[in-house]
Write a protein of this length. Structure first.
Length: 347
């Protein structure tokens, strides 16, 4: 009797399993249909999304990194910054020893004073020469008058021929004296002009020395972060030697889009991008400009397809994207970081 009950239970379980399998089989077409519909909808969404968006991961953050290069040579007196320090525009970075430059400034100032004294002396000489001209003119006038009177007296036999000749020689001597005084005055005026030109030259030398003195204080041309510092106190640096670099706060993205993606790209389009350093954050920007040529054309060895070795390669066009600075106030972006860019073409 017990065995019959077990057989009956086993039969009932098999019937139930058969019914369940039959129900699952009946639902399978609906399940597969739902999966296909979901996949089709998802695929349709992707196709529609791709119609109005262009994407590339060939992009990075760029910035105008400013090198700090001295204009004069000298020994380093002190360095006020270290790597990764933030500096404001105009902040002092490096100070050179200015003792020798200060001597040049004082020497130029002394040269100006000497040239000014030469001008004063030349003007005094010119004044004396002009007084000599006035005296010579008076003497010449008197001698001419004496000669005229002597001519009348000689006609009346009141004086001798010798006296008349003396009066005539006096006129000639007065003329020579006037000529000499005039030449001396002209020479004095020339000396004044030369001395004044010397003052201008010495003032130029002074300005140059003062300008060189300002170059001894090396300042930050822009606000940013110090990088690659390569200068220490006591070191002798040459003019033109790179000392450090400053990475500015203003950055942008250079996205190298395929040439087949540029048909619908234009200035002003909105951009979303992700940075590899912050995978959970989305940043925003705007297309500012498109390069006038592909990146290959600006390479060191641009391709020459006329050589006969032609292999067609899809070219890349650099696109400059401005970054919305509000997005990275809490997530600092740095030049060189890799990004994944999506441009909304909105067609």
């Amino acid at each position: 009797m017990a065995e019959n009950n077990k057989d009956q239970e086993t039969a009932n379980q098999e019937d139930n399993n058969s019914e369940k399998k039959g129900g699952v089989k009946r639902l399978m077409p609906f399940i597969f249909g739902a999966i296909i519909l979901a996949a089709a909808f998802y695929g349709w969404r992707i196709i529609q999304y791709n119609k109005v968006h262009e994407n590339t991961d060939d992009a990075q953050i760029d910035a105008d990194i400013s090198p700090i290069i001295p204009r004069v040579s000298g020994y380093v007196a002190y360095v006020k910054v270290s790597d990764n320090d933030h500096v404001d525009s105009g902040a002092v970075l490096v100070q050179l020893d200015t003792a020798d430059i200060a001597i040049k400034v004082r020497s130029a100032q002394a040269a100006i004073e000497s040239a000014q004294a030469a001008v004063v002396s030349a003007r005094a000489s010119a004044a004396t020469a002009h007084q000599a001209i006035a005296s010579a003119e008076v003497a010449q006038t008197k001698a001419q008058q004496d000669l005229n009177r002597a001519g009348g007296l000689l006609g009346g036999k009141a004086i001798t021929q010798e006296q008349y000749d003396d009066a005539k020689l006096a006129v000639e001597a007065a003329a020579d004296q006037l000529k000499t005084a005039t030449a001396q005055a002209a020479a004095s005026e020339t000396q004044i002009n030369v001395a004044q030109s010397q003052i201008k030259q010495k003032m130029t030398d002074l300005d140059n020395a003062k300008l060189t003195l300002t170059y001894a204080t090396i300042k930050a041309p822009i606000a940013g972060t110090v990088a690659k510092k390569n200068v220490e106190v006591g070191e002798f640096i040459q003019a033109g030697q790179p000392l450090m670099a400053i990475t500015p706060e203003e950055m942008w993205i250079t996205a190298n889009m395929k040439e087949t993606q540029t048909e619908d790209l234009h200035v002003g389009q909105k951009v979303d991008f992700k940075v590899d350093a912050y995978p959970d954050s989305t940043f925003h920007g705007t297309v500012q400009s498109l390069s006038p040529a592909t990146g290959a054309k600006f390479s060191l060895l641009p391709p020459d397809n006329s050589s006969g070795n032609f292999v067609k390669v899809t070219q890349r066009v650099p696109v400059k994207i401005l970054i919305d600075r509000r997005d990275y106030s809490k997530s600092p972006l740095r030049p060189g970081m890799s990004v994944d860019v999506t441009v909304s073409t909105g067609k």
